[in-house]
Design a protein around this ligand. Structure first.
Ligand code: C5P
Length: 396
């Protein structure tokens, strides 16, 4: 429940993307937020208040003169209770209103009346030409100057049949942005490079050597680092995971490809976090054709060669980033973790127990460093990733 206890005002202005706001309201609620919807008159032409009320369990406000609030000051009362205001979709007209401090309907008035410091996030949604129009771009620049967070828009096919920038971000992406807005920006301006997932070392075109790493821990750290304000590049082996919003992802298969990608990206990075469970060996001379069973069923003889140690290679660079290693052990973590940290020559090594983390959504981490060991008790991987990001930020 990443938004437990948070009160969010979800404002809808007029646009076809209102249909996505229904799903967004549901996702915010599932994440634990209490969602209060306010809609402009134009928005009610695209989405009914009944739908939004049913999804949020709260009456929807559309009218500045709504008698349901005793003192008739809905614009003040609603914004005083909120932890954030999210406008999705935000039309070109509503951007104009926000940029100029207009207050001729409930939603614009409650935005203008929000207390200083209350986060206001907007998700533009409009036709590509409307978005690219210098007037809209001027308004967008003003909103940024005023500390209003503009999320997107995305590019692609539009409801009007044209193609280009102007699509509202997907509800899942907006949810990630809202969660991120509540995280401390401890890595603001930093560049973070990570590896994650397993590697896959081919035996032939359809078989290979791999391991049970799901990539969840590495992806969670990538997301946490992005939430904390970093520019994040994630080099990942094969996983079925979705890329965290705002993270640059590079897909690789083998350890050698992972090392090549890391060494290409490493210059200018502030931190390198090696989370991947890199295969220790690769098959020499992997077959280009599928290996066939012979009549006697004799198994093929595989010759293995050691893979490059990516973390050690980065740690040996003359201008190395702050390096963080991971160790998945099955026993004796306290001893092996510290030994590995020294062998890899990194200031921070994060240990976990392999069979208690691979594929799971929770984990327990032990941090090994010169000053000793600290344990981050068992918790959801995303929560642990945020704690780890704060710990790294303190050390750089
Ligand atoms: O040597 P071991 O695999 O136990 O070390 C684990 C740490 O080293 C992890 O941070 C892992 O991502 C990294 N590593 C690597 N390249 C390898 C093997 C491990 O970067 N070939």
């Amino acid at each position: 429940m990443e938004l437990a206890g948070k009160k969010i005002i979800l404002g809808l202005s007029g646009g076809i993307a209102c249909y996505k706001a229904a799903e967004l309201a549901r996702l915010l609620g599932k994440a634990g937020a209490s969602v209060q919807v306010a809609m402009t008159d134009a928005a009610t032409h695209f989405m009914t208040t009944v739908t939004m009320q049913a999804l949020t369990g709260k009456p929807v406000f559309t009218d500045q003169w709504d008698g349901r609030i005793a003192n008739n000051m809905a614009h003040i009362d609603l914004s005083r209770e909120a932890d954030a205001i999210l406008i999705a979709p935000c039309s070109a007209d509503f951007m104009f209103k926000l940029a100029h401090g207009a207050c001729d309907d409930l939603l614009s008035t409650l935005c203008l009346a929000r207390p200083a410091g209350l986060p206001l996030l907007v998700a533009p949604a409009m036709n590509v030409e409307m978005w690219q129009n210098p007037a809209t771009q001027r308004n967008a620049a003003r909103l940024k100057e005023d500390g209003i967070r503009i999320m997107g828009p995305g590019a692609g096919e539009q409801a009007c049949g044209e193609t280009g920038l102007g699509r509202m971000l997907e509800p899942e992406q907006l949810l990630e942005e809202v969660i991120a807005s509540f995280q401390p920006k401890v890595l603001s301006g930093k560049r973070i490079l990570l590896t994650a997932g397993p590697t896959f070392e081919p035996i032939d075109p359809v078989r290979g050597i791999t391991n049970l790493s799901s990539g969840k821990m590495g992806f969670a750290i990538a997301r946490a680092a992005r939430e904390a304000g970093a520019q994040v590049t994630l080099v990942t082996g094969p996983t079925g995971l979705q890329t965290p919003y705002g993270v640059t992802r590079i897909d690789v298969q083998t350890a050698q490809q992972m090392q090549d990608a890391v060494l290409k990206q490493v210059s200018g990075q502030d931190v390198f976090i090696a989370v991947a469970a890199v295969a220790d060996w690769r098959v020499v001379g992997a077959s280009e054709q599928k290996l066939k069973k012979d009549a006697a069923g004799t198994p093929p003889q595989l010759q293995l060669a050691p893979n490059p140690d990516i973390l050690a290679a980065v740690a040996a660079l003359p201008q190395r980033p702050y390096c963080v290693g991971f160790a998945a052990e099955s026993e004796n973590l306290a001893q092996y973790g510290e030994e590995k940290r020294r062998r890899k020559n990194v200031p921070l090594l994060v240990g976990n127990i392999g069979h208690q983390t691979f594929g799971r959504d929770d984990n327990e981490l032990t941090l090994f460093e010169d000053s000793g060991q600290t344990t981050l008790p068992r918790a959801d991987k995303q929560a642990l990733a945020r704690q780890l990001v704060v710990a790294i930020a303190r050390r750089i």
